[in-house]
Design a protein around this ligand. Structure first.
Ligand code: PLP
Length: 238
């Protein structure tokens, strides 16, 4: 990392925080009500640690192998490490002792495995359930109409605790279209909260990335996951 790119990150970090504060205010909340998680795929640990030194306190990886490769080098003394990508059941064991939250639970099978592996190490793993809000084929996430049933099943499991919902809406060409998906997601979040399912807490609504986190906050997100706006365009070849 050059001094130039480190100062770019500092600039970006401040700018994103200002936009979060503005969107929070516009939606009747405060800056502190919104969690800024940095999506750190392809970013090296030194660069991530620089962002952490600026005050960043949540990071998320989306590949198990990459998380394991960087794990010893993250400075996690003041920062939460989360898993935000698609997770195969057979890899749960490798991360369950390392992350604070898994954002991408979308099946009974995956939830069962998280429960089993967490119990082995006497942990209760916090998770979000990922919803396929755009009903896209070949995309992760539970279909909206299956969400409640999945939550009831997870509620019966030990070693796993649902804290809210996560979504990655379809790519849209206008901010009106993407806002509609965020809006629907927030409605689902509110509906489910009102059902007050035992052992299920609906606290976190994780939605919004670099291109659309402002809109997501306006529609009710309280956690955003931002990568390229903070670290610059990703280079997958390194
Ligand atoms: C990469 C990633 C993000 C952030 O994407 P940007 O567009 O770079 O902000 C958010 N969520 C998940 C699950 C990701 O994998």
């Amino acid at each position: 990392m050059t001094a130039r790119s480190l100062s770019d990150i500092e600039y970006n970090y401040k700018l994103i925080n200002e936009r979060i504060a503005e969107a929070a205010l516009k939606s009747g909340r405060k800056r502190e009500d919104i969690t800024f998680l940095a999506a750190t795929k392809t970013v090296d640990a030194d660069t991530i640690n620089h962002a952490i030194s600026l005050g960043l306190d949540h990071i998320g990886e989306n590949k198990v192998q990459e998380l394991l490769a960087k794990y010893d080098d993250y400075d996690l003394s003041k920062c939460s490490l989360q898993f935000i990508g698609h997770l195969q059941s057979n890899k749960v064991r490798q991360i369950v002792d390392k992350v604070d939250l898994i954002q991408s639970v979308d099946s009974v099978k995956l939830a069962n495995e998280i429960s089993k592996q967490s119990l082995k190490i006497n942990k209760t793993m916090d998770v979000l359930v990922e919803v396929n809000i755009g009903r896209e084929e070949n995309k992760s996430g539970v279909m909206p109409e299956m969400l409640e049933d999945l939550l009831y099943q997870i509620a019966e499991m030990d070693g796993i605790s649902v804290k809210g919902l996560m979504a990655i809406p379809p790519i849209c060409d206008t901010s009106q279209k993407i806002s509609k998906f965020f809006h629907n997601m927030n409605n689902l979040f509110i509906d489910i909260s009102q059902k007050k399912i035992d052992n299920i807490s609906m606290t976190i609504l994780s939605m919004g990335m670099s291109a659309d986190y402002y809109e997501a906050i306006l529609e009710g997100a309280n956690m955003i996951r931002v990568g390229s706006s903070l670290f610059g365009e990703r280079n997958y070849n390194i």
